[in-house]
Design a protein around this ligand. Structure first.
Ligand code: HEM
Length: 301
């Protein structure tokens, strides 16, 4: 029996095993999301009708449970559902009303941080980078096996991120211009990284640094460099990319007419050249006509 997810005036039939979030995105519905793993809560949505599996509400505050909020990224539908975006007024916990509200910092408006003070002796102590590479290889083994961090790395290989991080650390530690990737603010602009998630990442890094036998002094010098970039990453909402003075939002969907044929990123069906497709600006994924309609493929589709 196929189920129907309703979102405003759109209807989507989830495929077998597909999460509610992926079903909505497949149909080109602009639901905000970041980690797709239940950690960041960016996709938090309201279930107006239908049953919500317990797993899709794990970790949510009591006032959100009461209103039937759930996490579409952790939800495989068990009934028809009618879903709506979160209302800002619902997100404030009424129990906190008596507490003073912290002033919101607008880091999005600030420029990228300059590099920290280099520490070239550290590079020499770490065998001219050989130990740095070992630490990073060990660290990313841990990251890719970690349930909270691995979902962010779904579209990048361990080798690529290790190489990038190596040249980034080399530039930070030695001061030499050897890194050509995005600076941390832009590289992480779409990732909702809470203080707790950042701490969690730092705990994994500490394990790698200790496993590779850095001394306590070397560890604190390494950590100083990484901590310098914390304000460029920790945030509660997606930031635009910044190129010079310009801010570019890479969220949501846009449409484009294909110059060449391609395949649907959801079902693999061929999409002919000349077809106008919706694509997600950040993920770059396109949907074929059937997937974009929200309906499953039938034998004749
Ligand atoms: C919870 C914390 C963090 C998360 C979830 C995270 C996640 C990621 C992910 C998914 C990428 C790959 C982006 C891509 O190629 O599409 C990345 C790249 C990168 N990250 Fe992080 N990161 C975190 C913390 C840090 C820290 C503390 C640093 C250094 C101070 C750092 C430096 C970098 C650099 C240099 C890149 C390469 C950027 C590029 O490819 O242009 N990250 N990070």
């Amino acid at each position: 029996m196929s189920l129907t997810l309703r979102y405003g005036d759109r209807a989507v039939t989830p495929l077998a095993g597909e999460t509610v979030l992926n079903a909505l995105l497949r149909a080109g519905i602009d639901v905000p999301f970041s980690c797709k793993a239940g950690a960041c809560h960016t996709c938090l949505s309201l279930c107006i009708e239908g049953n919500v599996p317990e797993k899709a509400q794990r970790g949510l505050a009591a006032h959100l449970l009461e209103k039937r909020y759930f996490l579409p990224c952790k939800c495989k539908a068990v009934s028809d559902m009618s879903i709506a975006p979160a209302l800002e007024s619902d997100l404030v916990d009424p129990a906190l009303f008596d507490e003073p509200v912290a002033a919101a910092t607008c880091a999005a408006a600030s420029a990228e941080l300059p590099y920290p003070e280099p520490d070239p002796e550290l590079w020499a102590e770490l065998e001219d980078g050989k130990t740095v590479r070992r630490v990073l290889e060990d660290f990313y083994e841990r990251v890719y096996a970690d349930p909270l961090l691995s979902p962010f790395f779904g579209r990048v290989t361990k080798d690529r991120v290790t190489d990038k991080q190596y040249s980034f650390m080399k530039q930070c530690v030695t001061g030499e211009k050897v890194y050509f990737g995005d600076r941390p603010r832009n590289a992480h602009h779409w990732m909702i990284i809470s203080e707790a998630l950042f701490e969690h990442r730092q705990a994994l890094m500490l394990q790698a640094l200790q496993a590779q036998k850095l001394s306590p002094g070397q560890i604190s010098r390494w950590v100083r460099i990484e901590e310098h970039f914390r304000p460029d990453m920790v945030k509660t909402e997606v930031w635009p990319r910044r190129v010079g003075e310009e801010e570019i939002f890479i969220e949501g969907f846009a449409s484009e007419t294909l110059m060449d044929a391609t395949v649907c990123d959801h079902c693999g069906a061929e999409i002919a050249a000349g077809t106008t497709v919706a694509y997600h600006r950040r993920l770059g994924q396109v949907s074929c006509r059937v997937c974009a309609s929200g309906m499953p493929h039938t034998a004749s589709a």
